[in-house]
Design a protein around this ligand. Sequence first.
Ligand code: ADE
Length: 238
Amino acid sequence: TRWRASVLTIFPEMFPGPLGLSLAGKALEAGLWALDAVDIRQFAGGRHASVDDTPFGGGPGMVMRPDVIDAALEAVLAPGERAIYLTPRGRVLDQALVRELAGRPKVTLLCGRYEAVDQRVLEAREVEEISIGDYVLSGGEPAAIVLIDAVVRLLPGVMGAPEGLDEESFEAGLLEYPHYTRPAEWQGRAVPEVLLSGHHENIRRWRRQQAEEITRARRPDLWARYLERQTDSKKKEA
Ligand code: ADE
């Protein structure tokens, strides 16, 4: 019943990697989620049979063979389950998609190397495609680690108090307000007065203003969506 990530890769040694440390690692040890890394090479058939081959039509690079990928998927997917292929061509991961993935019982992540998988197996298996952003990695493994990390912190029991997931943060569609700790003055720079006031309502308002200001300045795209959402919720109230 705990959330599970199964990762299909030709580099199983990359896992758990950073996911074995810190917050995700502690949660993994505590049994709050489960991870298995499956070596795609196991399904290559024969000791020297390869996972990849040259592209039909020519061109650089290699393409992962559909028969090998299909056998790997057949071994790990229950009937009716779909896999996720990490690729820059996929739907771009955002916090809403992370929340959706956290709500599923498991994800099966296919990591490509050589930057290509034969198109036919993606179609035959109705593979879902997800990108972690508009840049190109040398393989899907770091993207799988990013996706899993983002999901794991949302799982029940992983973060102490789920306050971080509240109004004041990214969940509201805003960037984070600035944070301060001791000393109250450092290199001639003082912590904003209001944070020392103990006036919780003023602090809340100041943080919201700061979050709005930084979002407007840095991310017009998020700001536009935030304003739309505000208008929508006012309409619903009326
Ligand atoms: N594989 C290579 N680049 C990637 C990206 N940006 N997102 C997901 N998988 C990838």
